[in-house]
Structures are given as C-alpha cells and as structure tokens.
Design a protein around this ligand. Structure first.
Ligand code: AKG
Ligand code: FE2
Length: 254
C-alpha cells in the first residue's frame, strides 16, 4: 500500500510511441465462481502485448512491498515478502483501467481507481492471509475514496513458476472438473480454493457487502512461489473518488 501514497508518474525514454495506439478490449471470458461473496475468474483479461508493456514501463522500479498493520502504520512486514510498484498512467494503462471500470458496469468513474499496482514474487516470496479492505478508519477516509469496494488480481507474467496461486481459504471448492483449468484441483479440500496464476487471467471479487462492510470471506493469500517468478497486478476500486494526491494527476480528466 505504500505505493498508493508515493504514487508518481514516470515517463521512461524507452517507452514505445503511443500516438497511433487505440484502446481495444480483448474478448475475455468470465467464469462466475461465487455469488456471495462475488468472485469471478476471468480468462484473457490482458493481451500479451499489454503484459509486455506493463513489464517494460516498470522495469527497475520495484521496491519491497509495505503493508499496513492494525494501527494503520505502514511497515515492511514478514506478511508480504514481494516487491511492488505503482504503474504510471499512459494510453495502454488507461485502456486497462477502462476495462476494469466497464467490467463493473457504466457507473464507476475513473477517479475511483487507485493507481494500478504491480507485485512481483521470486523464490519463497509470498503474501500471507489478508483482506484488501481496511479495518481502520484512518485508511478509509474520504480523501482516499473510503474503503476498497472491489479487487482484481491480474496475472501478468509467470516464468518457470511453481506455486504462487491465489488462495481463498473460506471459499468452497467446486466439483466440476472444468474448473481445474482455473483452480488448483490438487489443493486439499480444507484449504479452500486456490486460483491458478495463468498469465493474462485475473480474479475479480467484491470486498464489501451491500452495506459497505468488509466481507471476511474475501480473506486471501498469495501462496509462496516455490520456484520461478510471478508478476501480478492489483486493480483496486474504492467506494468513492480518490484525491489527485493519491491517484496522481490525470491530464485526461482536466
Ligand atoms: O499474489 C497473489 O496471488 C495475491 C496478491 C494480493 O492479494 C495482493 O497483492 O493484495
Ligand atoms: Fe490481496
């Protein structure tokens, strides 16, 4: 979460020319996993060229991820050993933002999105059980748009990856074998559900109930990467608009 508060706009000189770019959404496929909480697995949410672009524009910008403790203090914790970075907004990133907004209907403005966050994991790195919604009032003030209404965790890259699935211990497993393409069917029944980190795919879920209260059933973890490399991306939608201070200035909004 540190990234949100140190968000900055970078323009690397080796960026591809974007003048001729037009935003086109890929024909992704949705698989409704759970209605309450709402959990949807999405295939082909990102195109291969978007995945490459995200890696190129964030090269060399990763720092150890910070998490907030119960008192709302940011700190480097053993709970999260991955490295993260905030993604600067450019036309391709804006296209991915638009897709995430459209996925949720026509009613959510761009100002409700936090800057996209990339998270990378090497060997033995993980993110222990947590919720994406905050439990303390000082993390959900109006200037940051309140709490996190929804999350997408998008798999951007996987190189020689074993482990590294996204585990929801409270969700119930499924019986139909077709789920095994998206869910780790070797996971012990009592461990809940582990989504497979397939590059381009994503898991979407709703953190808050209709009453705006955080749903404990959305607790999840990034399981340890037992070999290889995993790169993911958080797209978090707040309940309301974030201040420019946290979102970064967006010329297109002017
Ligand atoms: O790495 C994952 O699979 C999940 C990461 C996550 O939950 C987060 O960054 O909030
Ligand atoms: Fe998370």
């Amino acid at each position: 979460m540190l990234a949100l508060f140190t968000s900055h706009v970078q323009c690397s000189s080796d960026q591809v020319p974007l003048q001729d770019y037009t935003c086109q959404h890929p024909p992704y496929t949705i698989h409704l996993f759970s209605k309450v909480p709402l959990v949807i697995y999405i295939s082909n949410f990102l195109t291969p060229s978007e995945r490459t672009h995200l890696q190129e524009i964030t090269k060399g910008t990763f720092a150890h991820s910070a998490v907030a403790d119960e008192t709302g203090q940011e700190g480097l914790r053993q709970t999260r050993t991955s490295q993260s970075t905030s993604v600067a907004r450019d036309p391709i990133v804006r296209c991915i933002e638009s897709r995430a907004l459209l996925f949720q209907g026509f009613d959510i403005p761009r100002s409700h999105l936090e800057p996209l966050q990339l998270v990378q994991y090497g060997n033995d790195e993980r993110y222990h059980l947590h919720t994406d919604w905050f439990t303390t009032a000082d993390r959900t003030t109006p200037d940051v748009g309140g709490n996190r209404l929804t999350s997408f965790f998008v798999y951007v890259a996987a190189r020689n990856l074993t482990g590294g699935g996204t585990n929801f211990p409270v969700l119930e497993g499924k019986y139909d074998e077709r789920w095994c393409e998206f869910v780790d069917c070797d996971e012990a029944w009592e461990n809940g559900v582990t989504f497979r980190p397939v590059p381009g795919n994503a898991v979407f879920w709703q953190n808050l109930g209709e009453d705006g209260v955080g749903d404990p059933a959305t607790i999840h973890a990034g399981l340890p990467v037992t070999s290889g490399y995993k790169l993911g991306m958080n797209i978090w939608t707040r309940q309301g608009p974030l201040d420019e201070r946290f979102r970064g200035v967006d010329e297109e909004d002017a």
